[in-house]
Structures are given as structure tokens and as C-alpha cells.
Design a protein around this ligand. Structure first.
Ligand code: NDP
Length: 295
């Protein structure tokens, strides 16, 4: 078998074109969606992500503010910034880029952002809304993007056995929540695996849809995949590569070259899940603007 490649970049571009039209019509009604991104410190990967988010907003017509704070910022100082943004009518959605320096408690920060502006979907109110199928919820961008990729590439989710490897609060758990809902684009039977799962290959081989969110380069081998399964690779791992310009290359959590001989469809890394994630943040910001304008 030779798997169909699910092109996240192309799907994301199509979705951004649709979203641009919605932003235009919101503009005609006098509403410009606004996103604030707060970065504390100088983590290089975080700086790249924050820059990408700002650029994506500019390109599509979302007003954005990037607030950069020094790495010594105290929790109280960060809370003051969040409070200001919570009260700012130009800002419909905000996020604080993770990870945070160790003097700041991540949970306190996530709780301080009002749920109505929590476009990352990490506040317990949004987690609960996603779990209970409330469509006003902000869905965490990565699993929301994966669900959209599956839907838009014609994968039958209803009735499928979706096996997720990874149980983080930002990917694995919300992915399970989304796919198990009694709703369109869901209705899967979901299994979530982690580092204590017994006979992991035996479980992953049951997946009609296999989603790998582990953070270990090429961990999922071809013999862990059910023939004909749809494989979604969330992993973004840097591996040394002297022949690459930067001295490294990005690989996923799936052994792509061999897996594509077993799967019926598969996402590449890069160019799969990654481009969808920022797109869904833009969608959530527009959803926030719509919900604020109707409140
Ligand atoms: P976490 O480190 O928070 O979670 C990893 C999960 O994998 C944990 O649940 C862990 O189990 C499980 N795991 C680790 N080792 C094994 C193993 N040997 N067998 C079974 N399960 C294992 O990672 P994230 O969810 O934040 O991210 C996962 C990957 O996705 C990373 O590569 C990250 O860079 C990438 N990512 C990509 C995004 C994108 O937009 N493309 C966005 C977000 C993440 P346990 O809970 O037992 O420790």
C-alpha cells in the first residue's frame, strides 16, 4: 500500500481563505477581531511561534498585539498584564505562550484569563465545555486542527476506532474529548494510550485512526499500525542532520517512510498538523469576536 498524503498546508490555506471572507463581513459590521499574545522570556522556539502568530493575524486582517516581557517578570506583573487585556475591548482573544519561566505558576496564569477570551482553550471552563459538547467552547488549536483535517480529507470518523498515543492537556486529552462527542465530525470510539499502557503495539494496531502525540522521534513503527489506518503525526522533534542548513531537521513521532507503506493516509512532518494549529487559533479568535459582538 502507498498512503495518500494528507496535506495540512493546503487544507490550512483553504480554511484561511474562507476565514478571510468572514473577517471581511465582520469588518463591514464594525468588528475587527483582536488577538493578544504574551511572551515571557526569550525561549527561541516560543519567539518563533509568537512571530508566526502575529504574522498570520496581519495577513488575514486580525488586529494583533504582541506583549514581550523580560524573563525576570514576576507572576504579579504578568497578572496585571492579563487583567489589562481582559478589560481591553479591542482584544477578543488572548494567550500566554508556554512554557513560562519557573517563578510563574502556569495554572494560576491560565485561570486568570477570562474564559471568554481564552482562545487557546486551556481554561477549565473551556475544557469542561469541550467535554460536554458546548459549541461556544474554544477548542484547543492542535486537536481542533486535526479534527478538521480528518473531516476535510474525507476520513470516516463516525464509528471508527481512534487510538491516541499521548494524554497531555493540550493534545491527547482534548483530542479524545472532541472525537468522542455525539456530533458531526466525531462519534469515534476512542482509546487513549500513555507511557504506562501495556502492550502498546497491540493497542495501536486496533486504530482505524492512529494519532501520535508523544514527543519521541519516529517512535511509531510500521508494525504498530493497522493496515489501511489513517495516521496523524503530531510530533515535531529536532534531530541532528549535518547535511541540513540549520544542522537539524524536523521529524514526527511516526517512522514516516515505512508507515506510509502500511497506512491508507498519513500526515507528513513538516506540512501536516503544524500549519493547521495556527489556522485554528485564527478561527478561535474570530469565534471570540463573533461571540463578544453578540453578547
Ligand atoms: P507531552 O510531553 O506533554 O506528552 C507526551 C505524551 O506521550 C504523554 O502522555 C506521555 O505519557 C506519552 N508518552 C511518552 N513516551 C511514551 C512511550 N514510550 N509510550 C507511550 N506513551 C508515551 O507532549 P505534548 O502532548 O505537548 O506534545 C506531543 C508532541 O506533539 C511533541 O512532539 C510536540 O512537540 C508536538 N506538538 C506539536 C504541535 C503542532 O502544532 N504540530 C502542537 C503541540 C505539540 P505519560 O503521560 O505517561 O508521561
Amino acid at each position: 500500500m502507498h498512503a495518500r498524503i494528507i496535506d495540512g498546508k493546503a487544507i490550512a490555506e483553504g480554511m484561511r481563505a474562507d476565514l478571510a471572507k468572514e473577517i471581511e463581513s465582520l469588518g463591514e459590521a464594525g468588528v475587527t477581531p483582536g488577538l493578544a499574545v504574551v511572551l515571557v522570556g526569550e525561549d527561541p522556539a516560543s519567539q518563533v511561534y509568537v512571530r508566526m502568530k502575529g504574522k498570520a493575524c496581519d495577513k488575514i486582517g486580525i488586529y494583533s498585539e504582541t506583549i514581550k516581557l523580560p524573563k525576570e517578570t514576576s507572576e504579579t506583573e504578568l497578572m496585571e498584564v492579563i487583567d489589562r487585556l481582559n478589560a481591553d475591548p479591542k482584544i477578543h482573544g488572548m494567550l500566554v505562550q508556554l512554557p513560562l519561566p519557573k517563578q510563574i505558576n502556569e495554572r494560576n496564569v491560565l485561570l486568570r484569563i477570562i474564559p471568554e477570551k481564552d482562545v487557546d482553550g486551556f481554561h477549565p471552563v473551556n475544557v469542561g465545555k469541550v467535554a460536554t459538547g458546548d459549541t461556544t467552547a474554544f477548542r484547543p488549536a492542535t486537536p481542533y486542527g486535526i479534527q478538521q483535517m480528518l473531516i476535510r480529507s474525507g476520513v470516516e470518523i463516525s464509528g471508527a476506532h481512534a487510538v491516541i498515543v499521548g494524554r497531555s492537556n493540550i493534545v491527547g486529552k482534548p483530542m479524545a474529548s472532541l472525537l468522542m462527542q455525539k456530533a458531526d465530525g466525531a462519534n469515534a470510539t476512542v482509546t487513549v494510550c500513555h507511557s504506562r499502557t501495556k502492550d502498546l503495539p497491540g493497542v495501536t494496531r486496533q486504530g482505524d485512526i492512529l494519532i501520535a502525540a508523544i514527543g519521541v522521534a519516529e517512535f511509531v513503527k510500521a508494525d504498530m499500525i493497522k493496515p489501511g489506518a489513517v495516521v496523524i503525526d503530531v510530533g515535531t522533534n529536532r534531530v541532528d542532520d549535518a547535511s541540513a542548513e540549520k544542522g537539524y531537521r524536523l521529524v514526527g513521532d511516526v517512522d514516516f517512510d515505512r508507515a506510509k507503506e502500511v497506512a491508507s493516509a498519513i500526515t507528513p512532518v513538516p506540512g501536516g498538523v503544524g500549519p493547521m494549529t495556527i489556522t485554528m487559533l485564527l478561527y478561535n479568535t474570530v469565534q471570540a469576536a463573533r461571540q463578544w459582538s453578540q453578547a
